[in-house]
Design a protein around this ligand. Structure first.
Ligand code: DX5
Ligand code: ZN
Length: 217
């Protein structure tokens, strides 16, 4: 059964602490924090202070998964560590191999899990050099920047390649998918080998969030 990580981007920001708790009470395994800077993606969401507030609201135990869609994750990640997130994922499109290796290493050294994300247009081969040193691979199933977009089924080919690479190389990373996930495509994602479903609109905007999470699983 996959884990479900509801994306707080689709929540009611005027009561974000209660919304974070509502997700865990409804059976969320993780909570997904989408960080956007208006440069790497064409939207601005929230930053480390809001993440720290969410941590305070949910208490020390729940797993907070930060998806950085920002330039210079090497410069900013420490602020998110300090805010209390458990995992920091950033995009492979952001730098050369040295930059990516080094930033992944520094995130782990700071005591949290690391992850690498790839956009729908980025080929799987681009992340291969890093798969031996990540805790999470995030396969984007929409062009990042906004919630509520349509799922792009063609990215499942990359999930299948990642599953094969992981078993051939005895690697340990988890595979996460993000964008347009709902009951209509969760089964396809599971069959392809996804470990964690990120879902914003289909969870936070559902009439019954617990039922929506159960349906995804
Ligand atoms: C997109 C974000 C996603 C998004 C998911 O840039 O990374 O996490 O909020 O939202 P839905 O599930 O509504 O596509
Ligand atoms: Zn995300």
């Amino acid at each position: 059964m996959p884990l479900v990580s509801p994306s707080l981007l689709a929540s009611d920001f005027s009561r974000i602490g209660e919304e974070a708790n509502r997700a865990f009470e409804a059976g969320a395994d993780w909570l997904h924090l989408d960080i956007m800077d208006g440069h790497f993606v064409d939207n601005i969401s929230y930053g480390p202070d809001v993440c720290a507030f969410v941590r305070k609201a949910v208490g020390p135990q729940p797993f907070l998964d930060a998806h950085l869609m920002i330039e210079r994750p090497d410069h900013y990640f420490e602020r998110f560590v300090k805010a209390g997130v458990n995992l920091i994922c950033f995009h492979v499109e952001l730098g050369d191999e040295y930059y990516i290796h080094n930033t992944l290493k520094r995130i782990r050294e700071a005591g949290v899990k690391n992850g690498i994300a790839l956009n729908p247009a980025t080929p799987f081969e681009k992340v291969v050099p890093f798969l031996g040193e990540v805790d999470l691979l995030l396969v984007m199933s929409v062009v990042p920047g906004f919630g509520g977009q349509s799922f792009m089924p063609e990215v499942l080919e990359k999930v299948k390649k990642a599953v094969a690479w992981r078993s051939e190389n005895n690697a340990q990373f988890l595979i996460q998918i993000d964008g347009g996930i709902g009951p209509q495509n969760a089964q396809l994602c599971k069959e392809a080998g996804v470990d964690i479903l990120v879902a914003g609109s289909s969870t936070f905007k559902a009439a019954d969030m617990a039922q929506a999470i159960a349906d995804l699983k």
